[in-house]
Design a protein around this ligand. Structure first.
Ligand code: IMP
Ligand code: MG
Length: 336
């Protein structure tokens, strides 16, 4: 902090939701603002045994003291957004940019029945077709929708004013670096760039306003949908290792592979990472479950983290060791 942008380093589902919820509860930002694609994202965080899921609101909704914003680059599905606002009772703290793009029913239908969407294995959320319409300049925007009127505000002005005052701002990315339309495994990618620069652009802040870029990696790699996954395990092996996950938005099983240092290095470069978070370390090293102090990790687990730091030349500042938001090792104060 004061301004931290959080992005995924692999193919999404690295555990950004949990990392962001932790940062929000711990650092108490004034504003959390979401960039990224739209409701194709699914973020989960668990507090006191209860799992919360969001697709549209920032995961910082976990902390009741911050304003929650959605940047112009994002697409919203009004029904999904309004339901989440109701669920979290967040009406008086949500602000959406007037130029947020609107996903309509026809976009979802096109995304579900379109042959090419099936080849790519999209989430069917309508995001790709809506971004096509945006590129054609025929997409409707939030300012055109009556039901959203009371939520609209000038997100870039609010965020930049907060930064001018020295307030903490958390900038949330979605998806992962290798799902980027530009830098990912094209054509098996999402419908826009999702690296840190793009997330800042989505929200309306320039590159000089970012203090920290936190890239989140899971301790192994997962991917939903099509496209290459180096070192992919067969389903049985993934299940045996406890790596067989189910996707938040689509309910599909995720494909799994071991941690990929080559991809991680490239993600550090593409995002100019200043810090790294590693999630689900307890899945690789069960003896580390719920550990919250670095020195209490097993030597194997510490070796895994040290190898990442040696190869990537960036500090691993946050380490997830369980589902709960507070199952976290926070080493940020060690760097000061
Ligand atoms: P789309 O973003 O729905 O068009 O899907 C394009 C590709 O990105 C598919 O392989 C999806 O599974 C993947 N994808 C999109 N959003 C996410 C996400 O939040 N997590 C993981 N994969 C995603
Ligand atoms: Mg997800």
């Amino acid at each position: 902090m004061p301004s931290t942008v959080v992005v995924g380093g692999f193919f999404g589902d690295e555990g950004k939701g949990k990392i962001i919820a932790y940062l929000a509860l711990n650092d108490k930002p004034s504003i959390a603002v979401r960039g990224g694609v739209g409701p194709n994202a699914g973020h989960t965080f668990t507090i006191d045994g209860r799992a919360y899921k969001v697709r549209m609101l920032p995961s910082a909704v976990a902390y009741k003291g911050c304003r929650l914003m959605i940047g112009a680059g994002v697409l919203i599905d009004p029904d999904v957004l309004l339901n989440e606002i109701r669920e979290f009772d967040a009406f008086n703290r949500v602000v959406i940019d007037p130029q947020v793009g609107i996903i309509e029913q026809r976009h979802k239908e096109m995304d579900k029945v379109g042959e090419h969407s099936k080849v790519i294995g999209t989430t069917g959320s309508g995001s790709g077709p809506a971004n096509s319409d945006r590129a054609s300049r025929i997409l409707r925007l939030a300012k055109d929708i009556d039901a959203l009127r009371s939520l609209i505000g000038d997100v870039p002005a609010l965020v930049n004013d907060a930064l001018d005052r020295g307030a903490n701002v958390l900038i949330e990315g979605t998806q992962g670096t290798f799902l980027s339309l530009y830098h990912g495994t094209y054509p098996f990618v999402t419908s826009k760039d999702v690296t840190a620069s793009a997330i800042c652009s989505d929200v309306g802040i320039g590159p000089k306003r970012v203090d920290d870029v936190l890239v989140v990696f899971k301790a192994y790699v997962t991917r939903v949908g099509s496209g290459i996954l180096e070192g992919e395990l067969d389903r049985e092996e993934a299940k045996k290792r406890g790596w067989l996950e189910v996707a938040t938005v689509t309910g599909r099983e995720r494909r799994a592979a071991p941690f990929n240092m080559k991809l991680a290095k490239r993600a550090v470069m593409l995002n100019s990472a200043t810090q790294i978070a590693v999630t689900k370390l307890d899945v690789l090293f069960p003896e580390c479950k719920h550990v919250r102090v670095y020195e209490q990790l097993s030597s194997d687990a510490r070796r895994f983290i040290e190898q990442i730091e040696d190869e990537l030349r960036v500090d691993v500042t946050l380490i997830g060791t369980g589902e709960e938001v507070y199952d976290m090792i926070d080493r940020r104060s060690d760097r000061d």
